[in-house]
Design a protein around this ligand. Structure first.
Ligand code: SAM
Ligand code: SF4
Length: 341
């Protein structure tokens, strides 16, 4: 008779599962292709932008592809391309097409601020991107411009429409809720899911940039959910395999759904299934950890074996949980645009 423990190990080998030291299955890589951006969201980067990296410091598409292939070889099934703004990097469409061709990769997704989607959605769909997440923090043009320091809401809304026209499922919309900035729009976003098929995911504001008086923006996922539940009847819904750590709901009869991502208050660390690599080749097991592994030595020149080993190391040393909070804030030395959110 095969003992259950043995059966589990064989399953891991056969299906190439990547498991960390506390048994979490790591199947998701967030790969950043640039830290540059055509917006300046105040919670993400300073007004003047971030110090530009020299051409040499940023990984070439060939190097990014080597990382993606090594990760998939180890058991990663989903890759999300992020940034900075991934659509501002020239050659991105061709790169995505090559990624989509990696054998064993089941899910290729992209997170964007949506400014360039109107013109690029059809190409992204054609080359095999499967899902889009679009960040959209306000449905009010002035608030949107204030948060993004000059972004044009109508271009993002046009991008959302273009994505669906191109054939994508309705993009997931990421909204960072900040008290006194856009929390008055929580119900507007919830209402949007009744009319459109988009899933709106409310994300807790994370104190990363440390703007003056950042504490006043903090608002918990529980409060966001409560405000929605006071108006609407919510049904909890199951999430898909790669869905990540959101709690998902649907307003009765709505076309779209609502997700609550309690990145700060909600300790979803026990369900975390992801690793990250920045556009300069720094691999991280946790967004909020200062620990990172430099992959450059295994890329220049390429050493496939050592690259795989390094990625495996990131998984096995993945911290059990992060230390960020809205009370006592553990110091971080990065901007979200550098790590990719
Ligand atoms: N530029 C793209 C975008 O905005 O979607 C991709 C990169 S952006 C860094 C990825 C995600 O991180 C976005 O959804 C953004 O809202 C989120 N993000 C950035 N800074 C954040 C913060 N301080 N708190 C919560 N979410 C943040
Ligand atoms: Fe740019 Fe995205 Fe950061 Fe906004 S959240 S500044 S769009 S990278």
């Amino acid at each position: 008779m095969i003992r259950p423990k043995l059966l589990i190990s064989w399953r891991k080998i056969l299906f190439m599962q990547l498991t960390d030291s506390i048994g979490r299955n790591i199947n998701y890589l967030r790969l950043s292709v640039t830290d540059r951006c055509n917006m300046r969201c105040f919670y993400c980067m300073p007004k003047e932008g971030i110090v530009k990296k020299g051409h040499e410091a940023v990984l070439s598409y060939e190097e990014l592809q080597l990382i993606a292939e090594a990760a998939v070889g180890l058991g990663i099934e989903k890759i999300r391309i992020t940034g900075g703004e991934p659509l501002v990097r020239s050659g991105i469409v061709g790169f995505l097409e090559r990624l989509a061709g990696i054998r064993g990769l089941r899910h290729l997704a992209l997170t964007t601020n949506g400014l360039l989607l109107d013109e690029m959605a059809a190409d992204l769909y054609r080359v095999g991107v499967q899902r889009l997440n679009v960040s959209l923090d306000s449905l009010n043009p002035q608030t949107f411009s204030d948060v993004t320091r000059g972004g044009e809401l109508k271009r993002v809304l046009a991008g959302l429409d273009a994505a669906e026209k191109a054939g994508f499922p309705p993009p997931k919309i990421n909204v960072v809720i900040m008290r006194g900035v856009n929390d008055a729009e929580i119900l507007d976003f919830a209402e949007m899911t009744r009319r459109r098929g988009n899933s709106v995911r409310f994300i807790e504001y994370m104190p990363v940039v440390k703007e003056d008086g950042w504490q006043r923006y903090c608002i918990s996922g529980d409060e966001i959910l409560q405000r929605i539940a006071e108006r609407y009847t919510l049904e909890q819904i199951d999430k898909g395999k790669y869905a990540g750590p959101s709690r998902d709901f649907r307003i009765s009869g709505a076309l779209g759904s609502i997700g609550i991502i309690t990145a700060v208050s909600g300790h979803f660390c026990s369900e975390c299934n992801r690793i990250r690599v920045t556009s300069t080749g720094q691999a991280k097991g946790c967004l909020f950890s200062d620990e990172r592994t430099d992959l450059l030595p295994f890329l220049r020149p390429p050493d496939h074996e050592k690259l795989s080993q390094a990625l495996r190391g990131i998984v096995s040393s993945k911290p059990e949980r992060h230390g960020i909070s809205c009370d006592g804030y553990a110091h971080q030395n990065f901007t979200m645009a550098q790590v990719g959110g």
